[in-house]
Design a protein around this ligand. Structure first.
Ligand SMILES: [Mg+2]
Length: 205
């Protein structure tokens, strides 16, 4: 048995975990006139409606451009294929928008792996545990029967807030360089390592 083999469902973050969206957050913030250091969505909520709508249009333009040049992180398709063969359900929880997410998944041909995709329009977003709880309701699982896999602090916080295990995926970076490494219950620096945590038997992809 591998460390997380007993879990019944697998939830992924999208951008930076499965997909390199090529989003330039610094350029987005600067064009929107937003501060560094505070997530964009949290800053937008604080703005008056007109200003917020205007900035949301800029955000949407950047996100769609990102989706147009998005690529799969090397090995993501092999990982998804291997996990799909085992038959556990998989979901995506992203702070990206529904149109951009649908466009990205379709372009990269990985949408069919996921039976639930939750985007920011669907409810309170990460670090709120709502999306994980909602997926568990739909899958009829307890929160400790699923795992949240992500590349950033907000993914790990959402898992912590929900009470489920988490895997920080670093795509080769040293974990100590990634914000939130201390909160993750597990860490994988490469997809092979991630598969070894999740697979029902000792195996590699
Ligand atoms: Mg991410």
């Amino acid at each position: 048995m591998t460390a997380l083999a007993h879990l019944k469902g697998i939830i992924f973050d999208m951008d930076g975990t499965l997909v390199d969206s090529g989003l330039d957050f610094a350029a987005m913030r600067s064009e929107m006139g937003l501060k560094a250091g505070i997530p964009i969505l949290e800053q937008l909520v604080e703005l008056p409606q007109d200003e917020r709508r205007h900035k949301e249009e800029i955000l949407h333009r950047h996100e769609m451009a990102g989706a147009d040049r998005a690529s799969l992180i090397d090995g993501a398709d092999r990982l998804l294929e291997a996990l799909a063969r085992e038959g556990r359900p998989m979901a995506i929880v992203t702070r990206n928008s529904t149109p951009t997410t649908e466009h990205t998944l379709k372009r990269l041909g990985i949408g069919h792996y996921f039976d639930i995709v939750i985007c920011r329009e669907d409810g309170p977003h990460k670090p709120d545990p709502w999306a994980i709880e909602e997926i568990c309701r739909r899958w009829r699982m307890e929160v400790d029967e699923v795992v949240m896999v992500g590349d950033y602090l907000l993914d790990l916080l959402s898992a912590q807030n929900a009470g489920c295990p988490s895997v920080l995926f670093t795509e080769g970076k040293p974990p100590e360089d990634v914000e939130g490494a201390d909160i993750a219950t597990h860490i994988a620096t490469h997809f092979d390592q991630l598969y070894q945590l999740l697979a029902p038997v000792e195996d590699s992809i």
